[in-house]
Design a protein around this ligand. Structure first.
Ligand SMILES: [Zn+2]
Length: 297
């Protein structure tokens, strides 16, 4: 029996050294949370993902950051059901929600807002690290502000109230199960909304969108990042953002500079860019986003 106590630690050290030598990350495994008999959300590896098990296939909401993450997600789904993944819905175009598609089967249906596709096309044309997988671009585009699809026998409502986090946000609502996948409209890394100005996101659109989200009949909201949220928590976020935006608007009307606005509304030091937000430009603080919008004319 004694050998176990000597052999195992030695082996552990060897494996760790090997992993470090190969530059591998020792990321924690994903965590699968069940919400309903047929609905799950999966935490880890970038943005949260949704997994909806239908009659003959599985619908996934957002696909993780990398091919390795996409594969881990598919492996987790295979432990839930033997049914194949037949459709992926993208909440927006950021790499931490899209690029794991590289591991998905060829020909899987990818559903996204038309502006998400435009943003992915632009990222692909720009190339480099973080570009989306060219063989898994959106194949079914949503052009209306509200669309109801039946996928694998499951009713799925898709909402786009306004440009908010990006120009191509989609909010996924399951009316029968009363579950909402918000994408990064709600992302818990920071108290303030995260707006991609370079993807034509909008703070005013964020408020419109979040009002739409709290108007849905649900008390289970899966955010883009962080834990499951209640309606009350999202209402609080909305009220805080509305108050902050109103304050900034007032200061801009008084002719205050950006630095003065930041000093007045941001806690010192100014909010840092969120960790793990994926590739691409860092997020400007909400104060700067609103200031830029209100003064750009
Ligand atoms: Zn994200």
């Amino acid at each position: 029996m004694n050998y176990r106590y000597t052999l195992l630690p030695a082996l552990a050290v060897t494996v760790t050294t090997l992993a470090l030598a190969q530059g591998q990350q020792t990321a924690a495994p994903f965590v699968v949370h069940q919400l309903k008999p047929n609905v799950y959300w999966v935490e880890g590896g970038g943005g949260n993902s949704g997994v909806i098990v239908g009659d003959r296939g599985v619908i996934v909401v957002d696909a993780k950051t990398s091919a390795a993450g996409g594969k881990e997600l598919l492996d987790d789904i295979a432990k839930i059901t033997p049914k194949p993944v037949t459709a992926v819905i993208l909440t927006h175009s950021d790499g931490d929600h899209v690029n794991g598609l590289a591991a998905f089967p060829a020909g899987v249906k990818v559903i996204a807002h038309e502006n998400n596709k435009k943003e992915q096309d632009a990222a692909l044309a720009a190339g480099g690290r973080g570009a989306p997988p060219a063989d898994h671009l959106p194949s079914q585009l949503i052009t209306k502000n509200e669309d109801t699809l039946t996928l694998e026998g499951v009713k799925v409502e898709l909402h786009h109230w306004a440009p908010a986090h990006t120009s191509g946000d989609l909010i996924v609502y399951l009316p029968a199960e009363q579950i909402v996948f918000t994408g990064d409209i709600i992302a818990m890394q920071l108290p303030d909304p995260l707006i991609h100005l370079e993807k034509n996101g909008s703070s005013e659109g964020w408020i419109t969108t979040t009002k739409g989200i709290v108007g849905l009949k649900s008390d289970q909201f899966v955010p883009g990042h962080g834990d499951l949220q209640t309606k009350a928590a999202i209402q609080k976020r909305l009220a805080d953002a509305e108050a902050k935006r109103a304050k900034i608007k007032e200061l801009v009307a008084q002719g205050k500079t950006l630095d003065e606005v930041k000093a007045a509304v941001d806690p010192p030091p100014a909010a840092p860019a969120p960790a793990g937000g994926g590739r691409g430009p860092a997020f400007a603080p909400f104060s700067q986003v609103v200031y830029t919008e209100l003064t750009k004319k």
